[in-house]
Design a binder for this molecule. Structure first.
Ligand code: NAP
Ligand code: ZN
Ligand code: ZN
Length: 347
């Protein structure tokens, strides 16, 4: 085994603190990566607080990983020592079910192995994430990272980037579409950048009036403060799509009324409690509610290549690992601009 160190929560809601553990030896198909940067996703907060149930402790969170390859297994031919590489939310899946064979490993019908708070395909070995110095991952779940972009600004693409890119592609968002982005945090700011880059008209729907200038700089044409009644009225029956990235419980009905005929609300945020939907809100305009989970490996590579080509990166606040607990508190208050990224050299 390879000794590793990281930051872990030892039990539900415990503050993250230094933790020593082990990574597996580099197998014939494995890649070993020295982690340089790891983004901080609100899913990390939900899981450390066990807001979705079933959390596994001790937990080393982190699924927005960028680093340098230090070793490759003898049968690895996709990667070489010294290259920059990324790891997102997935590190394995069954590889044979209908979803996996179509490249939708995130929808594996058997078991997909999360980068942390999960177990390997053996059903018992726990996985530990990217708030750590190194990781060993099967080459099929490792992503290529362009040397052109700043690695700390690329790390959030591995979750926030792909989670917003995938539905935008699935629903073929482009010129002529009006897209509302609900919640301007990690996912939200990438949704704005990506949807704008694809030619859509973007409106940010936010509880934070202070984020208006940033929203426009990110590519939004409009900004609506969601507790201002008049502004909310101005976007009734307006959007083709609303990308909902809110992490906290929210009354969806007010937002469903903003969808025009055949409009779709895409749920990305996963608040701990289920929403209540007024059926008429859907029926009266043939509106739809859909969900989307991260993206498959091939699509994640496509998104990374797209971002490199269009010079698209996350707007980040780099922190040292000992600031992580404070960063969680700030995210819960919506005080994120727009992704915290941990500089792993501070470990
Ligand atoms: P984040 O950076 O913390 O941003 C969430 C944003 O939601 C906040 O910045 C805030 O934006 C808004 N918000 C927060 N509390 C609110 C409240 N009480 N009422 C209204 N708006 C509120 O979070 P994130 O990392 O982007 O993640 C967002 C959600 O997506 C989380 O639930 C996460 O677990 C989930 N997620 C899902 C997937 C997937 O595959 N579907 C992948 C990753 C993450 P404003 O200040 O603009 O209001
Ligand atoms: Zn995430
Ligand atoms: Zn599968």
């Amino acid at each position: 085994m390879i000794p590793a160190k990281g930051y872990a929560a030892q039990e539900v809601k415990a503050p993250l603190a230094p933790f020593d553990f082990e990574r597996r030896e580099v197998g014939p198909h494995d890649v070993a990566i020295d982690i340089q940067y790891c983004g901080v996703c609100h899913s990390d907060v939900h899981q450390v607080r066990d807001e979705w149930g079933g959390s596994i402790f001790p937990m080393v969170p982190g699924h927005e990983i960028v680093g340098r390859i230090t070793r490759v297994g003898e049968q690895v031919n996709k990667f070489k020592e010294g290259e920059l590489a990324g790891v997102g939310c997935l590190v394995d899946s069954c590889r044979t079910c209908a979803s996996c064979t179509q490249g939708f490993e995130q929808y594996c019908e058997v078991h997909w192995v999360g980068t942390y708070n999960s177990v390997e395909m053996d059903g018992k070995t726990p996985t530990y994430g990217g708030y750590s110095d190194r990781i060993v991952v099967n080459e099929d779940f490792v992503l290529r990272i362009s040397e052109k972009l700043a690695p700390e600004r690329v790390a959030p693409l591995l979750c926030a980037g792909i989670t917003t890119y995938s539905p935008l592609r699935q629903w073929k968002v482009g010129p002529g579409h009006r897209v509302g982005v609900l919640g301007l945090g990690g996912l939200g700011h990438m949704a704005v950048k990506l949807a704008a880059s694809m030619g859509a008209e973007v409106t940010v729907l936010s509880t934070s009036p202070k984020k208006e200038a940033d929203a426009k700089a990110l590519g939004a044409q409009k900004f609506v403060v969601t507790n201002e009644e008049e502004a909310m009225k101005g976007v009734q029956n307006y959007f083709d799509f609303i990308i909902n990235t809110v992490s906290a419980p929210l009354d969806l009905n007010a937002y469903l009324a903003m969808l025009r005929l055949d409009g779709t609300m895409i749920l990305l945020g996963v608040p701990p409690e289920a929403p209540e939907i007024q059926t008429f809100n859907l029926i009266l305009k043939r509106r739809r509610i859909a969900g989307s989970l991260i993206g498959g490996i091939q699509e994640t590579q496509e998104m990374l290549d797209y971002c490199a080509e269009h010079n698209l990166m996350s707007d980040v606040e780099v922190i040292s690992i000992n600031q992580i607990n404070g960063a969680y508190e700030r995210m819960i208050k919506g005080d994120v601009h727009y992704r915290f990224v941990i500089d792993m050299a501070t470990l």
